[in-house]
Write a protein that binds this ligand. Structure first.
Ligand code: 8X3
Length: 251
């Protein structure tokens, strides 16, 4: 059987693009997400590429559901070679002293605790088999806070620390850990951040050509396809007219 990759949050944006790219290069795919219809549509598309596909409908914030889904995989699907921890996102863009408790919980539960749950469930098998690759989708937001980014930036700083920590903890194995840190990527990221306000979301990408989910998927594939002795530890990927999380030149 071909190698197996699991992508969380594969129903849109960077996750969907990663699933597509990994399937294109021959991985059998386990795609996870909260929306069954979107998972099914993507599964049909990926199957047409000639790879095996399994869909798992769960929210990474639900530890029990995640555990049941992973433990319930058919035996021939248990040996996951690549885990892409992509699920998560941003909610709200208010000053820290005015932020919304629910938004904070959602971001921390998905971006940090969800990523940890998936790592905890899948990496022991990688360590045992002495092979595997964990790709965490971090962010430029984790390198330095930007105005009103506070909690989102904190979750992505946590993704950096957890990637670095895991890399240390698996250094005695052939398991590799990569933290991909995108800048401005036009997906439904900002629509969700602004709780559905499309106009505000569009303004984020005004006057600058943002990255696409596919651009990030190419970076993931580069790290995954690197020779076994090469560990791409981090990749910071910005739009050309972006210099940091807060320095953006708009035309
Ligand atoms: C997404 C990058 O700069 O929009 O994580 O927060 S940014």
């Amino acid at each position: 059987m071909n190698k197996i990759a699991l992508v969380t949050g594969a129903t849109s944006g960077i996750g969907e693009a990663c699933a597509r790219k990994l399937a294109m290069i021959g991985y059998n795919m386990i795609i996870t997400g909260r929306r069954a219809e979107r998972l099914d549509a993507l599964a049909r598309e990926l199957s047409a590429l000639g790879v095996g596909v399994i869909t798992l409908e769960f929210d990474v914030r639900d530890r029990e559901a995640a555990t049941a889904a992973i433990n319930g995989l058919p035996p021939e699907w248990q040996e996951i070679d690549v885990l892409v921890n992509n699920a998560g996102g941003a909610l709200g863009l208010e000053p820290e002293y005015e932020g919304n408790y629910e938004d904070w919980d959602t971001m921390i539960d998905a971006n940090v605790k969800g990523l940890l749950t998936m790592t905890r469930l899948i990496v022991p098998g990688m360590v045992k088999r002495d092979r595997g690759h964990v790709v965490n989708i971090g962010s430029v937001a984790g390198d330095a806070a930007y105005a009103n980014g506070n909690v989102y930036c904190a979750t992505k700083a946590a993704v950096k620390a957890l990637s670095d920590g895991l890399r240390i903890d698996v250094a005695h194995t052939k398991v590799r850990v990569t933290n991909i840190k995108p800048g401005l990527v036009e997906t439904n990221f900002s629509v969700i951040r602004f709780h559905g306000d499309k106009e505000k979301a569009d303004n984020v990408y005004k006057g600058i050509q943002p990255l696409t989910g596919t651009d990030i998927a190419e970076c993931v594939a580069f790290a995954v396809c690197a020779p076994a002795h090469v560990q791409v530890a981090e990749m910071l990927v910005l739009a050309t007219h972006q210099a940091s999380g807060s320095v953006i030149h708009r035309e």
